[in-house]
Design a protein around this ligand. Structure first.
Ligand SMILES: C[S@@+](CC[C@H](N)C(=O)[O-])C[C@H]1O[C@@H](n2cnc3c(N)ncnc32)[C@H](O)[C@@H]1O
Length: 233
């Protein structure tokens, strides 16, 4: 989706969009944030901050917080929600060009469910920015949609006679747009390519209802995204 389309979702973000901080059911974010060895006066950069839920929950641990999103109406809502929290810089900008404004300054760069464009060139621009804003030995906390989880969900759809909605290059049709999904090994490899060493990689889980389905006795696991803490080498 482009920024215009994202802006159209601003008012119904909670109903229509996955907000990792609000929707996860296995408390992985706290575990992964604890996994990063951050200095006392750490700087947080949230790329594609959405409604600012991560900043709201974890921002107070940081001396400085910079939250970036290209959808001005989503940023406006995030500002309102985080009004009580001082010291946050809100930046309306495309992540691909945000490095100029931010510089290499993050001890922790968060980027959750943002690098999902079907265009490899667009994704690459975002991975590059993630690496450039993160200090050497700083951390990136990344969440991306899981292709393995999508396969599991599709099996359930098939049982209910829904149509399959994915291509074989990891692109999955969600609502009205195609979204890139990653296999675990692909995520590891793309992070290594951009100069990161994986420290923790696991599943951040959601309820079956987030997929419009009810959990059945046959389901051994819940739908998930990949969550990864990686250190810039
Ligand atoms: C799925 S939401 C995730 C929001 C938040 N990270 C979370 O976990 O709740 C994706 C957000 O990234 C923003 N976004 C997507 N592509 C972007 C880009 N190239 N530059 C800046 N923001 C972008 C959208 O406007 C949207 O707010």
């Amino acid at each position: 989706m482009n920024k215009h389309e994202w802006n159209l979702h601003a008012d119904e973000f909670e109903e229509a969009i996955c907000d990792v901080t609000a929707d996860e059911v296995n408390n992985q974010l706290s575990r992964f944030v604890r996994g990063a060895r951050l200095p006392q006066n750490a700087v947080l950069v949230d790329l594609g901050c959405g409604l600012g839920s991560f900043v709201q929950k974890f921002g107070r641990r940081f001396r400085e917080v910079i939250a970036v999103d290209f959808a001005a109406q989503i940023i406006a809502r995030a500002k309102d929600r985080c009004m009580a929290q001082p010291g946050i810089t809100w930046l309306v900008a495309d992540i691909a060009s945000a490095f100029k404004a931010i510089g290499t300054r993050a001890d922790l760069t968060v980027c959750m469910n943002v690098i999902t464009s079907p265009s490899p060139a667009k994704r690459n621009a975002l991975w590059r920015c993630l690496a450039k804003v993160t200090k050497p030995r700083g951390y990136a906390l990344v969440v991306v949609p899981s292709l393995e989880s999508n396969r599991m969900v599709e099996q359930r759809y098939l049982r209910k006679n829904h149509r399959l909605v994915s291509k074989d290059n990891g692109l999955v049709r969600r609502e009205d747009s195609w979204q890139k999904h990653f296999e675990r090994a692909e995520l590891e490899s793309v992070l290594a390519h951009h100069g990161f060493k994986v420290k923790q990689l696991s599943r951040v889980a959601y309820s079956w209802s987030s997929e419009g389905l009810r959990r059945s006795r046959l389901d051994r696991t819940q739908p998930w995204d990949w969550i990864c803490l990686a250190q810039r080498v």
